[in-house]
Design a protein around this ligand. Structure first.
Ligand code: LLP
Length: 391
C-alpha cells in the first residue's frame, strides 16, 4: 500500500482504553461527561466516543450537525461559544439540544428571539467567568476577568433579572471553564469553592438549577506519553466529588477534550533532508506547522521518535523543522539515532488540537488519518517495519 506522508495515525485501542478508564473513574451517577468536539472531530473518533456513552460539547453549528451524524443524541449535546451566529443558534434550537451556554447578557435577547421563531423554549446555562487562575499557558487560560469568556460573577444577578423577562428561555444551569492542560488539582478546587458560593446566591434568588457544568481542562503527560498514556481521571473526578456541594436532583457536567484524545494520535512525518547548519543539524521533515501548529503557537513540547533509524549507528542532536516559510515552523530539538533522508519521525500526543487546527497555508494538501484497527499502517507505527511503501 502506498501511503502519503505526513499523516495522522490514531490508536483506537488506546482511545477505547482511555474511555473505559474515564467511565470507571466516574464516582457518581450525577456526573455526565460531554466530549469537547473541538479537540478532534474525526468521524471515527466521535463514533467511538459516542459508543462509550459520552455526550458532545460543541462550539459551532457544524460541530452539532456532525455530532448528530456520528450518533450523539441531541439531548446529550451542549453548545458553547463567545460569538454564536444566528444560523448556529437556529441549528441548536431546532435540533432541541440539551442546553446553550450563554456568554453574555447581550446574547440572551438574540437567543430568545430565535427560540421564539422556532416556537421552542431553549434551555440556557450561564457561562460564568469565575476569575480563577488555571496556572497554565496564558494562551489557553480562559477563566480570568481579563479573558473574553463568560458573564462576570458580579453580573449574575442582572443576568437572572434579564432572563426572567424572556418567554422562550429557561435557566437550567451554570457553566464554567477555567482553561486547558491543567495538571495541578488546586485550580479545580478553587473553582469548586467559587461554584458553591454562587449556587447559594442563585438559590437565594429562588432558582433551582438542573445542572452545573464545570468545563474541561484536565491535562495530559506530554513529557512521558508512552509511560503515562491515560490521564488520572480518578484524581480529577474525586476533586469535584469531594468539593462541590451538589444539590439533590442536580447533575454535574464535564467537558473533557484533550484528556480523552491527545495520546491516541500521532503525526507521522518523513525526513526530506538532513542539513548541516552552521551551528546545528536540521532534520527537515515533510510535516509543518500546517499539520501541527501547537509548537509554533504555544511553544508546546511533543515527544518525537525516529521510528525507522538504526539505533546501532549512534546518535546526534537535531533540530526537527518543517518546510513552511516561517521561522516558528519548528517541532523541537532532540538527540536521535543518526537520521537520514527517508526516515520516519513519530510526533506523539498529537490527537488533541492537532488535525483540527491544520491549515492549508502554502496551499498544502491536508494530511489524511489512518486508524490502528484497519491494520493499514501497523507495519510503520507498530513493531514490524516492512511492506508499506511511502510516497
Ligand atoms: N469547554 C470549553 C468551554 C473550552 O473552551 C474547552 C477548550 C474545553 C471545554 C475542552 O478543554 P480540554 O479538556 O481539552 O482542556 N488549542 C489549545 C487548547 C485550546 C482549548 C480551547 N478550549 C491547545 O492546543 O493546547
Amino acid at each position: 500500500m502506498a501511503v502519503q506522508t505526513p499523516f495522522y495515525y490514531y490508536d483506537l485501542a488506546l482511545l477505547e482504553n482511555t474511555l473505559q478508564a474515564l467511565n470507571d473513574a466516574i464516582p457518581s451517577s450525577k456526573f455526565k461527561v460531554h466530549y469537547a468536539v473541538k479537540a478532534n472531530a474525526e468521524d471515527r473518533i466521535l463514533q467511538t466516543i459516542q459508543r462509550y456513552g459520552l455526550g458532545a460539547d460543541c462550539v459551532s453549528g457544524n460541530e452539532i450537525t456532525k455530532s448528530i451524524a456520528c450518533g450523539f443524541n441531541p439531548s446529550e449535546i451542549v453548545l458553547a461559544g463567545v460569538g454564536k451566529s444566528d444560523a448556529e443558534l437556529h441549528t441548536a434550537i431546532s435540533n432541541g439540544i440539551h442546553s446553550i451556554n450563554c456568554e453574555s447578557i447581550e446574547e440572551l435577547e438574540v437567543i430568545n428571539e430565535i427560540a421564539e421563531q422556532n416556537n421552542r423554549v431553549a434551555n440556557i446555562s450561564f457561562r460564568i467567568n469565575p476569575n480563577v487562575d488555571a496556572k497554565t499557558h496564558h494562551k489557553i487560560t480562559t477563566g480570568l476577568s481579563e479573558n473574553k469568556f463568560g458573564i462576570p460573577i458580579s453580573e449574575v444577578s442582572r443576568a437572572i433579572a434579564e432572563i426572567r423577562k424572556m418567554e422562550f428561555l429557561s435557566l437550567s444551569g451554570i457553566h464554567f471553564h477555567i482553561g486547558s492542560q491543567i495538571l495541578s488539582m488546586d485550580p479545580f478546587i478553587k473553582l469548586c469553592n467559587q461554584v458553591n458560593t454562587l449556587l447559594d446566591e442563585i438559590e437565594g434568588e429562588g432558582i433551582q438549577l438542573d445542572h452545573i457544568n464545570v468545563g474541561g481542562g484536565l491535562g495530559i503527560d506530554y513529557l512521558n506519553p508512552d509511560q503515562n498514556p491515560i490521564p488520572d481521571f480518578e484524581k480529577y473526578f474525586a476533586v469535584f466529588h469531594e468539593h462541590l456541594n451538589v444539590r439533590d436532583g442536580q447533575t454535574v457536567h464535564f467537558e473533557l477534550g484533550r484528556s480523552v484524545v491527545a495520546q491516541c494520535g500521532s503525526l507521522i512525518t518523513k525526513v526530506l533532508y538532513v542539513k548541516k547548519g552552521a551551528t546545528k543539524n536540521f532534520a527537515i521533515v515533510d510535516a509543518g506547522m500546517t499539520e501541527l501548529i501547537r509548537p509554533a503557537l504555544y511553544d508546546s513540547y511533543h515527544e518525537m521518535e525516529n521510528i525507522t533509524a538504526d539505533s546501532l549507528l549512534g546518535t546526534d542532536n537535531y533540530s526537527v523543522v518543517g518546510p513552511i516559510c516561517e521561522s516558528s515552523d519548528v517541532f523541537g530539538e532532540l538527540e536521535m539515532p543518526i537520521t537520514k533522508r527517508g526516515d520516519l519521525i513519530k510526533i506523539k500526543s498529537a490527537g488533541a488540537y492537532g488535525q483540527v487546527l491544520s491549515s492549508n497555508y502554502n496551499l498544502r494538501d491536508s494530511a489524511k488519518a489512518y486508524y490502528s484497527d484497519k491494520n493499514e499502517l501497523t507495519s510503520w507505527v507498530g513493531s514490524e517495519k516492512k511492506e508499506t511503501s511511502l510516497t
